[in-house]
Design a protein around this ligand. Structure first.
Ligand SMILES: Cc1cc2nc3c(=O)[nH]c(=O)nc-3n(C[C@H](O)[C@H](O)[C@H](O)COP(=O)(O)O)c2cc1C
Length: 153
């Protein structure tokens, strides 16, 4: 019958740290973080996804097959400043835990906020990769992060 309303839809160029680029579909509409869920992923040392739980699959909108082996920047939202991820990588590459608030891009262009904790997986002194566990962020922390990140763009 009627066409879907696409007032919020736009296309935006995302520039990655390594110089790669892609045009992403952006829809300024939040999907609320599901109550009581942990969203978990693991990566290798370079940030390529090696494991995702079902909550990750459900929230990202991608299939497990699309996610495994993909670079974790598949979720990069253009409203996230590069400096936030520099902080993440500088911290975990030193073997330390990083915590922060991240606006993530879903496959359909909408977004969801998470409170992420990224930890290095170290066995017998060897860095094997990283694990990220995400929880529901408070509304006030989301507002704070939005304001802060806007100043860092
Ligand atoms: C374990 C782990 C989890 C990550 N989770 C996310 C995430 O949920 N969203 C995101 O945009 N970047 C995440 N990153 C950071 C990405 O690897 C990447 O640095 C970021 O998306 C920015 O892209 P760029 O570095 O290619 O510019 C994660 C990295 C690691 C090591």
């Amino acid at each position: 019958m009627s066409e879907e309303k696409n007032d919020n839809l736009r296309e935006e160029l995302i520039r990655y740290y390594d110089g790669a680029e892609r045009v992403a579909k952006i829809v300024d509409e939040e999907v609320p973080y599901p109550d009581g869920k942990l969203i978990v992923s693991r990566t290798d040392v370079k940030g390529f996804i090696t494991h995702v739980n079902q909550a990750f699959v459900d929230m990202s909108g991608y299939t497990r097959e699309e996610l495994i082996g993909a670079n974790h920047n598949i979720l990069r939202h253009p409203d996230m400043p590069a400096i936030a991820f520099k902080g993440l990588w500088d911290t975990v590459e030193k073997g330390e835990k990083w915590q922060g608030f991240v606006k993530n891009l879903r496959k359909d262009g909408t977004y969801y906020w998470v409170k992420a904790t990224v930890i290095p997986n170290i066995r017998n002194g060897q860095l094997l990769g990283y694990t990220s566990v995400r929880r529901k962020p408070s509304r006030s922390k989301i507002r704070e992060s939005e304001a802060l990140y806007a100043t860092l763009m």
